[in-house]
Ligand binder design. Structure first.
Ligand code: 9UX
Length: 68
C-alpha cells in the first residue's frame, strides 16, 4: 500500500467531499481515502498494482471532479 495526495478541482461543498470520498473508497485497490475541502485534496491509501494513479484520476473524473 502507498499513500498519495492529489489536488482536486471542482469541489465546492461538504457534499462534494462526501461523494468523492465514497467514490474513491468504492474503487478496487483503494484501502482508504480522506478528502478535504480546504485544502482541496484527496489522500488515498492504495495498492498501486490494482489502483494505479491514472485509474484514481479516472475515478475522480467520473465522480465529477478533476485531479490536478
Ligand atoms: Mo452540494 Mo457540492 O449540491 O457540488 S455536493 S455543492
Amino acid at each position: 500500500m502507498e499513500t498519495i495526495h492529489i489536488a482536486i478541482d471542482g469541489m465546492t461543498c461538504q457534499g462534494c467531499v462526501n461523494s468523492l470520498t465514497r467514490a474513491l473508497q468504492a474503487a478496487p485497490g483503494v484501502k482508504s481515502a480522506t478528502v478535504t475541502l480546504v485544502p482541496a485534496q484527496a489522500s488515498i491509501e492504495h495498492d498501486p498494482a490494482t489502483a494505479p494513479v491514472d485509474v484514481l484520476r479516472a475515478v475522480i473524473a467520473d465522480a465529477g471532479f478533476e485531479a490536478r
